[in-house]
Design a protein around this ligand. Structure first.
Ligand SMILES: Cc1cc2nc3c(=O)[nH]c(=O)nc-3n(C[C@H](O)[C@H](O)[C@H](O)COP(=O)(O)OP(=O)(O)OC[C@H]3O[C@@H](n4cnc5c(N)ncnc54)[C@H](O)[C@@H]3O)c2cc1C
Length: 364
């Protein structure tokens, strides 16, 4: 099937939904493609209350934020949403995005402007036997537990003490699952103090300068061998020990999903501070292919709050290109830029800011 729209949005997480909301009450024809059956992206798995500012729904649980964000978008007659549909590839010769529905129906979607808001994928770790059943990414554990009510196992070891490792450990404990320990290769805990304190209060050990050597088991995971690391990140001989567990959860970082951007000839750059390969963009979230905009984790791993704000910025910038931006739109963008600045001004934002300098300064 072939169809055309003014604005195509790939991904309906917080970034994609906020971008789409800019076009509510306009005549702009928008198509949103989401590979999952539900709208909301990562928010749907997040049962904890958000931090941050009131404007970005601090104090509200992640899944409830997704309900708020999708409400106006679902009602808008000019916004057409395809769920269980994957944006599989861009065909530059004919200028369309190929979208494949769950039932294998193919759609060729032509567009004037596109916002890529595909989020991120989980990073894995290389160690012996890392394909044994019982070894999960933290996102998979969250999906099983928080969306489908399925316990991933009975006794978990968590790898990674960033916010995701800490939050998912706490959610496992709330679900009545034993978390034996959290191991962390770095010398310090990566996540916010408040999340680590909750874990520590429950007397779950967090072993820093420790990594996993191998998984043990035949048909499924039965335990892991862990080892201490020196200041050069080398294993310290004699510190190897075996810990029994039936579940290993890897929370070792996220990587922006920028493949579609490369296909659309957007210049990308590897920026470790932003999690991997990201598109070079200007302050309007516009890439080097001027018809392509980005927002959210695909632009650099950050938070749902920043994903929402970038979604608004990308949406309003396109409204401006299409010459339908109202003063209200422009105020929304101005406020979003200010909120982003404030969010990134603390010590936690330093890393993001240094990453952003690398992708914004080389913009052509
Ligand atoms: C455990 C955990 C706790 C967190 N806690 C917080 C918190 O307290 N506060 C906070 O601000 N942030 C938090 N975050 C971070 C936040 O969830 C993410 O930064 C945010 O969801 C990023 O939004 P996004 O829209 O860019 O991506 P996502 O939410 O990942 O959405 C991207 C969407 O794109 C879809 N998609 C991808 N590729 C395609 C394709 N080719 N075709 C169609 N659809 C596609 C995906 O299915 C997904 O729905 C947390 C994250 C985790 C994992």
């Amino acid at each position: 099937m072939k169809q055309n729209c003014d604005v195509l949005i790939v991904g309906a997480g917080p970034a994609g939904l906020c971008a789409a909301s800019v076009f509510v009450n306009t005549n702009v024809q928008v198509v949103v493609i989401e590979r999952d059956p539900f709208l909301g992206g990562q928010l749907l798995k997040q049962t904890h209350m958000f931090f941050g500012s009131k404007e970005q729904y601090a104090g509200t649980r992640g899944f409830a934020i997704s309900d708020i964000l999708k409400e106006s978008v679902l009602q808008a007659k000019n916004i057409h949403i395809f769920t269980e549909t994957v944006a599989a590839g861009y065909y530059p010769e004919d200028g369309f995005m190929l979208a494949i529905e769950q039932d294998q129906t193919l759609h060729r979607i032509g567009f004037k402007k596109v916002i890529v808001a595909t989020g991120a994928s989980e990073k894995a770790l290389i160690f012996e036997n890392n394909d044994l059943p019982g070894i999960f990414g933290a996102g998979a554990v969250q999906t099983l537990m928080n969306m489908y009510g399925v316990a991933p196992g009975k006794e978990v070891i968590m790898v990674g003490s960033g916010n995701i490792g800490l939050i998912v450990s706490y959610q496992l404990l709330q679900a009545g699952i034993s978390v034996k320990c959290i191991i962390e290769a770095a010398p310090v805990i990566g996540g916010y103090f408040v999340h680590a304190a909750k874990i520590r209060r429950l007397q779950i050990p967090i072993y820093t300068q420790t990594t996993i050597r191998k998984a043990i088991g035949t048909d499924s995971l039965e335990g892991v061998e862990i080892v201490s690391l020196d200041e050069k990140w080398q294993s310290i001989p004699g510190t190897e020990r075996i810990e029994s567990c039936d579940t290993l959860c890897l929370a070792v970082g996220l990587c922006p999903m920028s493949e579609l951007l490369s296909q659309m000839q957007c210049e990308t750059k590897y920026v470790p501070e932003l999690g991997g390969s990201v598109a070079i963009r200007n302050h309007r979230m516009q890439c080097t292919n001027k018809d392509v905009y980005i927002a959210g984790d695909v632009a650099g791993i950050e938070e749902a709050s920043s994903a929402m704000l970038e979604g608004y910025i990308a949406g309003v910038s396109i409204a401006e290109d299409l010459q339908i931006a109202t003063p209200k739109h422009l105020v929304l963008r101005e406020n979003s830029v200010e909120f982003l600045k404030a969010m990134r001004s603390g010590p936690i934002g330093e890393k993001i800011c240094s990453g952003l300098k690398k992708v914004e300064e080389s913009h052509v």
